[in-house]
Design a protein around this ligand. Structure first.
Ligand code: MYR
Length: 285
């Protein structure tokens, strides 16, 4: 049975128990606040958003350094035969490309398979948890990657932000020409597609935008139960209210509440709300 280790970056925002239970290794991305660079995992999430609110210059983010990645892979290589390293979308961060370059540099020591989740947050977490479960059951890399590719086929993510300027400033909003001129007056529904964030539909209020996201979700849930996650950027109450509403509207699906941490929160801004899902073959309880 191959001994396969699973690595992800901090933007899957798995909690400590999940990382420990499934023996998942995590490499943090960084936030740069007032010129100080810190791993996002060193921040308490609520404190981070509070600091961001009061910071004179807006924080920025950075990917893990190649050196830190190599150190982690080398350390894991002492015990594992192979590594699967699952990262946030290559369309929004250079993390995956860095992992690919490092993997090539150390290919004589250990085989590292880098997997572009093409998404982030809990959606990325679904890939990571699936890989970790399958590795613990003794599946080989090919079987794990085939299963992740299957999950990707039904994976979707939609979200709204309070202030589009965060995404615009960080250069992570594609196809935004359609929004120019109306930036401040509308609450567009945004979606993740082809590894990037693009406007999906122009809507005037957050309430209407969430209702639109709910209707897309219910259309999909009508084809079979979904594993879903409501994501919030320091807006737990609003997130939980939306989660409850979706769970009641689709009792056969499974809707959890998760969060956008510091790195993703820097680009979305406080109070962003998102919904991501995929359709598993069997929805485990
Ligand atoms: C870096 O500095 O390399 C990190 C850049 C992260 C950009 C994040 C853009 C927003 C992603 C939203 C994810 C929503 C997933 C459901």
């Amino acid at each position: 049975m191959p001994n396969i280790a699973v690595v992800t970056d901090s933007t899957s925002y798995l909690d400590r128990e999940e990382l420990k239970q499934w023996n998942i290794h995590e490499i943090p991305l960084n936030v740069v606040v007032n010129e100080e660079t810190m791993p996002e995992t060193d921040w308490d999430v609520a404190t981070y958003f509070q600091t961001m609110r009061h910071s004179e210059t807006l924080p920025t983010t950075s990917q893990p350094s190649p050196g830190k990645m190599e150190d982690l892979y080398q350390e894991i290589a002492r015990e594992a035969d192979e590594i699967i390293s699952i990262h946030l979308s290559s369309g929004i961060s250079g993390t995956h490309q860095t992992a690919v370059a490092v993997a090539d540099d150390i290919k004589d020591t250990v085989r590292v398979h880098c997997y572009d989740s093409e998404i982030s947050c809990r959606a990325q977490g679904y890939f990571v948890l699936t890989a970790a479960r399958m590795a613990s059951e003794g599946h080989d890399i090919a079987a794990i990657i085939a299963e992740l590719d299957k999950i990707k086929e039904t994976m979707r993510a939609y979200f709204i932000v309070e202030d589009l300027r965060h995404l615009q400033r960080g250069g992570r909003l594609s196809g935004a020409q359609a929004l120019v001129g109306s930036m401040l007056r509308i609450k567009p529904v945004l979606e993740f597609t082809d590894k990037q964030i693009v406007p999906y539909e122009k809507v005037r209020t957050s309430k209407k935008a969430l209702a639109r996201i709910q209707s897309i979700f219910l259309e999909e849930a009508a084809k079979g139960p979904l594993q879903a996650s409501v994501l919030h950027a320091n807006a737990e109450e609003a997130g939980e209210a939306f989660r409850r509403q979706l769970q009641e509207a689709s009792p056969e699906s499974r809707v959890s509440l998760d969060h956008f941490g510091p790195v993703i929160g820097t680009h979305l801004g406080e109070n962003a709300i998102g919904l991501t899902w995929y359709r598993p073959e069997i929805l485990s309880k």
